[in-house]
Design a protein around this ligand. Structure first.
Ligand SMILES: C[S@@+](CC[C@H](N)C(=O)[O-])C[C@H]1O[C@@H](n2cnc3c(N)ncnc32)[C@H](O)[C@@H]1O
Length: 319
């Protein structure tokens, strides 16, 4: 049986939010974070007419999802890409717009489970953390080469780590002795750098630093900042974009992009909105939806999820 970590988060709610856009004949659905294909499988089973474009930057995820979704091979297309490339992916497939796009942000349980990928701090593993497994700088490269001020910025901005400067200074001193290669030394350093009272209340001392390194290594927030508006642009009338975020930095970017799309572009003191200037999107969720019991207990990832959805209600505004 699958472990609880493999259960797709808010699965029924995601499918329900996509339903109005995917129930139509010939609907095209983009899963921008295919992962193990859990959400995608439910979508393919629920909407027998929908075609899936499954994107992931991790080739291993695409291979595993491909096996899982083999029974639906006649209506699936898998693309190895970073999700801010959605417009290029769709252009190459000859699809000017699509009916639904879903993002389930972050790392998959598979990435966390494979020790060599270096995402988990619970075991000593190479400090890699690259989601695609081989392109660009690793977490070890970041730790061993960034100036102390840049390290502190990464830990503060991406990890919301209160002791960012103290940790960064210790990393720089420690790497002079010997460069970092595996996670155990870093975890040990974090235990020593974070004062005991903060350790008791702030969760595992490595959690925030590992999150920050992962975001930096994969340039996650900059990619997301480009990707959500690009996804919004790619949606046809009646189509929906649904996003699950797992920390406040991601959710803030999603919220801002959705707010920009649902705002009217006329001055606030204008007594009416002239034709052609109405907002082109509407929010489908009120604020960010969270998971509730029993999912909160059954699925650890659900604890931090924030779900938002938006729907296109008319073509782009007049220029
Ligand atoms: C949380 S998992 C998705 C799990 C999936 N919904 C399921 O039910 O199995 C997130 C996936 O998104 C991928 N990913 C993260 N950032 C990405 C990006 N910028 N572009 C493409 N894929 C990305 C990761 O490699 C990972 O496989």
């Amino acid at each position: 049986m699958a472990s609880p970590r493999h259960v797709p988060v808010l699965l029924d709610r995601v499918v329900a939010l996509l339903a109005p856009s995917l129930e139509r004949a010939g609907a095209v659905y983009v899963d921008a974070t295919l992962g193990l294909g859990g959400h995608a499988e439910a979508v393919l089973e629920t909407f027998p007419q929908a075609r899936l474009i499954g994107i992931d930057r991790d080739p291993d995820a695409l291979a595993l999802a491909g096996e899982r979704l083999a029974p639906h091979a006649d209506r699936t297309t898998f693309v190895h890409a970073v999700y801010d490339e959605i417009p290029d992916v769709l252009a190459e497939l000859g699809l000017p717009d699509v009916d639904g796009i879903f993002f389930d942000l972050g790392v998959s349980s598979m990435q966390l489970d494979v020790r060599e990928r270096g995402f988990a701090y619970a075991q000593d593993a190479p400090l890699d953390m690259r989601m695609d497994g081989h392109t660009g700088a690793t977490a070890a490269d970041v730790l061993n080469t960034y100036p102390a001020a840049d390290l502190a910025r990464v830990l503060r901005d991406y990890g919301e780590e209160k002791f960012a400067k103290r940790i960064a200074d210790r990393i720089v001193a420690e790497r002079e002795r010997e460069p970092f290669t595996t996670s155990a030394r870093l975890v040990e350093l974090l235990y020593a750098a974070i004062p005991a009272p903060a350790r008791r209340t702030g969760g595992h001392p490595a959690k925030r630093t590992f999150q920050a390194l992962r975001i930096e290594v994969n340039d996650e927030l900059n990619v997301l900042r480009r990707a959500v508006p690009a996804a919004i642009e790619s949606i046809n009338v009646g189509g929906r974009v649904v996003v699950e975020s797992y920390h406040s930095l991601e959710d803030r970017l999603v919220k801002q992009a959705f707010a920009a799309a649902t705002r009217s572009d006329v001055p606030v003191d204008m007594p009416f909105i002239p034709e052609g200037h109405e907002p082109t999107f509407r929010l489908v969720t009120r604020g960010a939806e969270k998971a509730v019991e029993p999912e909160l207990t059954d699925n650890p990832r659900a604890a931090s999820v924030r779900l938002r959805a938006i729907e296109r209600i008319r073509e782009d505004r007049a220029a």
